[in-house]
Design a binder for this molecule. Structure first.
Ligand code: AMP
Length: 249
């Protein structure tokens, strides 16, 4: 069985993002970019399923600019077998990505599609759900445990105050939560091996997908600066201030 893993190139989670002076977007010029952390977990899970003999092939796919090739090479260094770059310089919103992925699902016929629960740049948490709807497939989001057996996949999901276990027929869409696994460290020999693995490049139009944005960003702003705190001499003053100024007591 094949597993398709969509991986997004995003601003590295250690980078403090800056907004462009005109407030139109986040400035990504000269900023370190990496694979979305939830997608690393998705690749790790898919590779573990292949190593366990459950899957036969793991295909990583990324939609975006040419540099997404680096993200795909990382996915292959973790252990994906091959990669597809759906190249586009346009802004790709979740619906456009979901349409591209739907076309690839039709073409590749994977039994599982494992996505991240959200991309840390747009925090949309939409693509997996939209893909499941477009492809008419069952979905289990926020997965913390995945078990494939007897033509079904059992997924433990993180929900408020606990965990819920779903059993889905295959093919199915899964999105990963943080506790699903801890991705392996990418070693130099595996980075070298990944350079030789196949990578196909196609355009959204080759899949018959129109990626025209549906949403317009009106303004992007930094969070307001926190104002400086004050020191109080004793508990009595603190309680007084909490009552009169903060009005929380
Ligand atoms: P989002 O709905 O934007 O929060 O993204 C959720 C997940 O969809 C990500 O963790 C990725 O697995 C996948 N995804 C979103 N955008 C892309 C993209 N441009 N290329 C590949 N996968 C993507």
């Amino acid at each position: 069985m094949k597993i398709l893993v969509p991986v997004k190139r995003v601003v590295d989670y250690n980078v403090k993002v800056r907004v462009k002076p005109d407030g139109s977007a986040v400035d990504i010029a000269n900023v370190k970019m990496s694979m979305n952390p939830f997608d690393e977990i998705a690749v790790e899970e898919a590779v573990r399923l292949r190593e366990a003999g459950v899957a036969t092939e793991v295909i990583a796919v990324s939609c975006g600019v040419t540099q997404c090739q680096e993200t795909l090479r990382t996915a292959m260094a973790i252990g994906a077998d091959r990669a597809i770059l759906v190249e586009s310089t346009e802004e790709l919103q979740p619906l456009a990505v979901a349409k591209i992925l739907k076309a690839l699902v039709d073409k590749e016929q994977p039994q599982l599609i494992i996505l991240g629960k959200q991309a840390i740049d747009d925090d949309s948490n939409q693509t997996g759900q939209m893909l499941a709807a477009l492809a008419g497939l069952p979905q289990a989001t926020f997965a913390s445990k995945v078990t494939v057996a007897d033509g079904r996949v059992s997924v433990a999901r993180e929900i408020d105050g606990g965990s819920e276990t779903l059993s889905l027929t295959l093919p199915a869409v899964i999105t990963t939560d943080l506790r699903l696994n801890e991705p392996r460290y990418v070693t130099l020999p595996n980075i070298m091996k990944a350079k030789k693995k196949p990578m196909e490049t196609i355009k959204p139009a080759d899949l018959g997908v129109d990626v025209t944005p549906r949403l317009k960003t009106l303004k992007v702003a930094e969070p307001p600066q926190r104002s400086a705190g004050v020191k109080v001499p004793d508990v009595k003053t603190l309680v007084e201030k909490l009552k009169t100024e903060a009005k929380v007591l």
